[in-house]
Ligand binder design. Structure first.
Ligand SMILES: O=C(O)C1=C[C@@H](OP(=O)(O)O)[C@@H](O)[C@H](O)C1
Ligand SMILES: C=C(OP(=O)(O)O)C(=O)O
Length: 438
């Protein structure tokens, strides 16, 4: 949790007057957009991103790469439709400064890129970014040959003294606090002289689908990656050195940002269609089809997209969310409105996300009259009749959308700083009222 009680704008969360029935076009995935930007910047030829997400996290990523000399040109796609970013990897230069905001993808994926630049790159960000774990990336980069000045903090702010190249090779890390440590080292791995071999030594590893996303996207630009899944050693990933191709990539909709809209169908017994839901994806949000079905809905995936229908009943769930941690706030919000208790497990690492999400969800739902307790690795949620009040967001986009879900069913919920949704979904308030007005 973080600075709180500062007077910030309150957004009256709209109550649903009946069953929602809407088609919601969800913008591009944060995780895919930021990986695509990094890979395009490291490629040996230009590439395109079509329908990239334009939000705080992705604009910070683009800004950081531009600061290191990469040319990213905004425009209209070659077919005349949709927004695109053309990425021209013209070199990685320091001195440069990078604002990571509170974007895990920027603070973890870019120090390895900066190690390849030909000068110092200074990293700084929001106060919360100083508290988020970065040791896995810093310590690994030092082993792989980088010089990093962090005044002994093992955290932000820091300076990577890029030497124009990096030896690379084998490295051990404990990525139990964030899968992004593994993704960060793999993404730049093809550009290290010896490639990279990452061995995770911790007891658990969250967000495996996000590591699969990294591997899939690396392979799609021509990298050779060996993984535990492909018959390799458990917890070991190897990336061979080599040039990366420039690609023309259409970014999938952000399925984790589709969550509040699907939740609206579930909570109101309505129907929401998300066009362009991919038939095959590594995004963790795809798991919502299963989770929200177990909680009372049903869905149909067609060529057009996903049609999700609520039954009018919302059930509690006992579920391990370790692989899909970023879905926890939205699931907790639905669980608080369910007809039976829920246990959400496997997400201790959420205490180190945008805010301490376990503490924040417990406090905010309980202040509306709920009965939530924290466990060692998750939440117990016993639904109770809730009442209105201020729902604080702790500068966490997913707290804001979680509060909006509760507000659909509870009069008088006011979301503090709904603008924090700009991290990944700047149009959220308009999309939400649009869905309800549809
Ligand atoms: O690699 C990524 O794009 C992400 C990985 C996950 O991070 P953690 O493994 O730190 O939970 C996820 O929660 C985050 O929203 C995005
Ligand atoms: C944990 C999240 O973000 P980040 O990429 O900053 O880690 C999230 O979006 O839920």
């Amino acid at each position: 949790m973080a600075p709180q009680d500062a007077p910030t704008a309150l957004w009256p969360a709209p109550v649903a007057s009946g069953a929602v029935d809407a088609t919601v076009h969800v913008p591009g995935s944060k995780s895919v957009t930021n990986r695509a930007l990094v890979l395009a910047a490291l490629a040996s030829e230009p590439g395109w991103l079509r329908r990239p997400l334009r939000s705080r996290d992705t604009l910070l990523m683009a800004g950081a790469l531009r600061a290191m000399g990469v040319d990213i040109v905004e425009g209209v796609g070659p077919d005349g439709t949709g927004e695109t970013w053309r990425v021209l990897p013209t070199g990685l230069h320091g001195p440069a400064t990078v604002d990571v905001g509170n974007a895990g993808t920027v603070m973890r994926f870019l120090p390895p890129v900066a190690a390849l630049a030909d000068g110092p790159v200074r990293f700084d960000g929001d106060p919360r970014s100083y508290e988020r774990p970065l040791h896995g990336v810093i310590d690994a980069l030092r082993v792989l040959g980088a010089r990093i000045d962090d005044d002994g903090r093992d955290a932000l702010p820091l300076t990577v003294h890029g030497g124009g190249a990096l030896d690379g090779g084998p490295v051990e890390i404990d990525a139990s606090s964030s899968s992004q440590f593994v993704s960060a080292l793999l993404l730049s791995g093809p550009r290290f002289n010896q490639g990279v071999e990452v061995r995770h030594t911790g007891s658990s590893l969250p967000s495996l689908p996000h590591i699969r996303m990294t591997v899939d996207m690396l392979r799609a630009v021509g990298a050779q990656v060996d993984t535990p899944e492909a018959g390799g050693e458990p917890n070991v990933w190897r990336v061979t050195p080599g040039a990366l191709l420039g690609r023309d990539l259409v970014i999938e909709p952000d399925l984790s940002n589709a969550q509040p809209f699907l939740a609206a169908a579930l909570v109101t017994g309505g129907k929401v269609v998300i066009p362009d839901w991919p038939a095959r994806t590594t995004q963790p949000g795809d798991k919502l089809r299963e989770i929200f079905t177990e909680m009372g809905g049903s869905c149909e995936l067609t060529e057009y997209g996903l049609e999700f229908t609520g039954s009018g009943a919302v059930h509690g769930i006992d579920v391990d969310l370790g692989e899909v941690g970023e879905l926890t706030p939205g699931i907790a919000a639905v669980a608080a409105l369910a007809d039976s208790p829920s246990t959400l497990r496997g997400v201790a690492h959420l205490r180190l996300h945008e805010t301490d999400r376990l503490a924040a969800l417990t406090k905010e739902i309980n202040e509306l009259g709920g009965d939530v307790t924290e466990t060692a690795d998750g939440l117990h949620i016993r639904p109770r009749r809730l009442h209105g009040g201020i729902f604080h967001t702790y500068e966490d986009h997913r707290m804001a959308t979680a509060g909006a879900i509760i507000g659909l069913a509870v009069e008088g919920v006011q979301i503090e700083n709904v603008a924090t949704t700009a991290k990944t979904l700047p149009d959220f308030p308009d999309m939400w009222t649009g869905m309800l007005g549809a």
